[in-house]
Design a binder for this molecule. Sequence first.
Ligand code: PFF
Length: 460
Amino acid sequence: MSGKSIHGEWSSRWIFIMAATGSAVGLGNIWKFPYIAGENGGGAFVLVYLLCIAAIGIPIMMAEVMLGRRGRQSPVYTMKSLAKEAGAGKNWKYLGWMGMLAGFLILSYYSVIAGWALGYTVRSASGMFEGQTADGIVSLFSEFISDPEKLLAWHTIFMVMTIVVVARGVKQGLEKAVRFLMPALFVLLLVLLGYSMNTGHFAEGVSFLFTPDFSKLTADGVLVAMGHAFFTLSLGMGAIMVYGSYLPKDTPIAKTTITIAVADTLVALLAGLVIFPIVFANGLEPGSGPGLVFVSLPIAFGQMPGGIIFGTLFFILLVFAAWTSAISLIEPTVTWLVEKKGMKRLYAAVTMGVLTWLLGIATILSFNHWAFEFSFWGLTKENGIFDMLDVLTSNIMLPLGGLFIALFAGWVMKREHAKDELAMKRMLWFQLWLFLVRFVAPVAVLVVFLNAFNVFDRVG
Ligand code: PFF
């Protein structure tokens, strides 16, 4: 298979790196990573997450980009034609289907949280955090999420923003959005790091994040860490696959992928280093859940000189980071509608946007009228449908998708084809990659699944 995707092609390797980093870096790094690290006890969780990125995430990301570039279509058709090329069964296309479903489910709640960031941009700009106590900021947040109308308004605005960019297509839409925003976000996080270093609790934050205490880590915590490795790298649902399908032929996949994964990890760790010292300095609870960033940072913005400017800038950049990720969540389905139904890109984007927006209402209500507690393998969650969607997608669907991508790339695809696509300079690197996708990644995903289902306890 060769030629270009009918949906367009990136202008250069750098644009691909920017776009894929834009997809990877998002709410997952700044909103989710800190709060799940907090809920799961810190250091040991972070270590498992880093191991998962290195041993599972990076090899699978290479595989996913490679499949995309070779297939050059939406994930469903890419998998179908690659399976045909490899002489394998038709069922591989369901991998594409599962990915589309996962993207739809994730975006429905992702857009709601991105809406929080929009709302907080305005709150920050209007000086609402100035002179507030930590308690005051906590109650600002609880009032905010208990008002479904407000959340709905922001969710709607964010969804419209996403549809507008996606409708304009790869070149006009996606490329322009990512070029300056990612570097700007990084710089702003460094500025905030300067603040948190001066809170007097920096060492405590560092030790919370990097001193592993394995007694705090549960089997579910390991599952959450692995699921997050997939979520944060945008893996296992075809997003990186479609982005790979727009990649020019001569791009070195391994180098490019590693750059993206390292950048993504750095942003998450930076966010953690910014947030936890503020959490400890203000006596907040690290395990307090999805509100963690929306409480800790506004406290800091309320106290620091120039807080209105920094706060507003920060939330604007968070919105942009979420925006570039949301685009990639919807892109697989949009390309599929264009290919399969011959829909115009605009209609495809609007159709998917509206459906996702509707489902998002369930998440909005999970934080107020429909909030209920439920237990999931020993984890107690408080925000009903939102948590269910999150657990289902991040902890089950994405790792499962990743598992099958690894199996396909390692066992089904012809070895020469993989070698040709990856075009690594040294045979040794290729062999290492093959070993990781054939054995390490699939076994690791399975073991973590079985462990979380308590299979080992029952056997032992
Ligand atoms: N990687 C994004 C984040 O960390 O916020 C979320 C995401 C985007 C997940 C795209 C999956 C995906 F396909």
